[in-house]
Design a protein around this ligand. Structure first.
Ligand code: PMP
Length: 431
């Protein structure tokens, strides 16, 4: 590895100042210094096509968002105990994009906080504490929600294990469940187990598009059977739209709408402020009122005037630039081209996705579907050296995860696929 001197210095300083286990991407970590739209530049002035980052949802350094943040920061920023129009105008606009019953919100600074609140809301409403999630997900880093993240199970905790049960993450490639009934049955079993143990069932929390699990290919409406099971058992359905929301899937602004359900609680984060830290919980007023009465919740920064200005600018930019329609058109084009690559490159076992979340699963053998995890890693690193940034995910870390900023164009998609074609041709599969 021949890292630039400055990068080696930064890696050493990170370890010294930030401690061990602070992850970086790539064998040769990238030192980025500037972004614009779908592009990033490193310290040596090299340009990269960003096919991965969903936080700069409407593009790196989007002028509308930058201007909104600067204008509000230069006017007023306070904690959230004063009256201010910004938060009300934003919550009105945000909830206006969802089912009429979902008409209240709490704003937070992160997705983790939002999920933490959602779990407590479920406890408040049901009087029970049993939570169900998939076994390959990530929902955040608080004491409570870190228990849900099987990929990052904390080795120390607060003895909360008994409140969490897991179902196998859906996998349309290896274990198809075309109408969602297998998944619903698995959840029903865990609901029963919660009841039998005496903990009782409070909520199912899922990303409606199962992004961290590898975005399995499901038809629209796929979550209906599981939603019915949850409701019948008196529990709440929490949809974590931290990754899947704000039009990412190209067909609907919210993935739960695509999947045919109205959740009781929706949690938001990452793209919401285009990089400015703002998250949120949207729910029905009865749930919010119960939570507000039972849990004396206050958040100093959540929903401050600058955060709301950033978040409002993101929603306006999605509308103005028709980014939902763009995600659909460009995503379809990219998947069609990825499909053509699969005809050439045996290593691509499956191509899937919707809108601007898509990718390919790499296998050493199409019959056995054995994951080509190391190969995927080599491909990602080779792409980085050719100026293309993306990542991998899924239980076996063998799926290319392509999730660019929403202004991604057909030309950007062509550059990505042409470069991937070259890299796959030049990277031998070691069986
Ligand atoms: N939920 C999902 C689905 C996520 O992917 C993440 C972050 N990767 C979170 C919640 C946590 O959000 P944050 O890092 O803002 O706390």
């Amino acid at each position: 590895m021949s890292l630039p001197a400055k990068s080696s210095e930064l890696i050493e300083s990170r370890a010294r100042l930030l401690g061990p286990n602070v992850s970086t991407f790539y064998d040769e970590p990238l030192h980025v210094v500037r972004g614009e739209g779908v592009w990033l530049w490193d310290a040596d002035g090299r340009k990269y096509l960003d096919c991965y980052n969903n936080v700069p949802h409407v593009g790196h350094c989007n002028p509308r968002v930058v201007e909104a943040i600067c204008r509000q920061a230069a006017t007023l920023n306070t904690h959230t105990r004063y009256l201010h129009d910004g938060i009300l105008e934003y919550v009105e606009k945000l909830t206006g994009t969802m089912d009429a019953a979902l008409d209240t919100a709490i704003l937070t600074c992160t997705g983790s906080e939002a999920n933490d609140i959602a779990l407590r809301m479920a406890e408040g409403m049901t009087g029970k504490r049993g939570i169900i999630a998939t076994d390959a997900t990530y929902h955040g880093n608080t004491s409570l929600v870190s228990q849900l993240s099987r990929s990052n199970v904390p080795t120390v905790g607060f003895g909360l294990d008994q409140f969490f049960r897991f179902v196998e993450a859906p996998d349309s490639y290896r274990n198809p469940d075309p109408d969602g009934t297998k998944f619903a049955e698995a959840v029903a079993e865990q609901i029963q187990a919660h009841e039998t143990s005496g903990v009782g069932f409070a909520a199912l929390i899922i990303c409606p598009y199962f992004l961290n699990e590898g975005f399995p290919d499901h038809p629209d409406g796929w979550l209906k059977p599981v939603a019915e099971v949850v409701r019948k058992a008196g529990g709440l359905l929490i949809c974590d739209e931290v990754q899947s929301g704000f039009g990412r899937t190209g067909t609907h602004l919210w993935a739960h709408q695509k999947m045919g359900v109205v959740p009781d609680i929706i949690t938001l984060g990452k793209p919401m402020g285009n990089g400015h830290p703002v998250g949120g919980v949207v729910t029905r007023s009865e749930i919010l009122v119960t939570f507000r009465k039972g849990y004396r919740y206050f958040n100093t920064f959540g929903g401050n005037p600058v955060s709301c200005a950033a978040a409002m600018a993101v929603l306006e930019e999605i509308e103005d630039k028709r980014l939902l329609a763009n995600a659909k058109t460009v995503g379809e084009h990219a998947r069609r081209r990825l499909g053509q690559l699969a005809e050439k490159h045996e290593v691509i076992g499956d191509v899937r996705g919707s809108g601007l979340i898509f990718g390919a699963e790499m296998v050493t053998d199409r019959d056995s579907k054995d994951p080509a995890s190391d190969y995927t890693d080599r491909v990602i690193n080779a792409l980085r050296h050719k100026g293309i940034i993306l990542s991998k995910l899924g239980r076996h870390k063998n799926a290319l995860k392509i999730r660019p900023p929403m202004p991604f164009s057909i030309e950007n998609a062509d550059l990505l696929i042409d470069t991937l074609d070259e890299v796959l041709a030049a990277t031998p599969v070691i069986r």
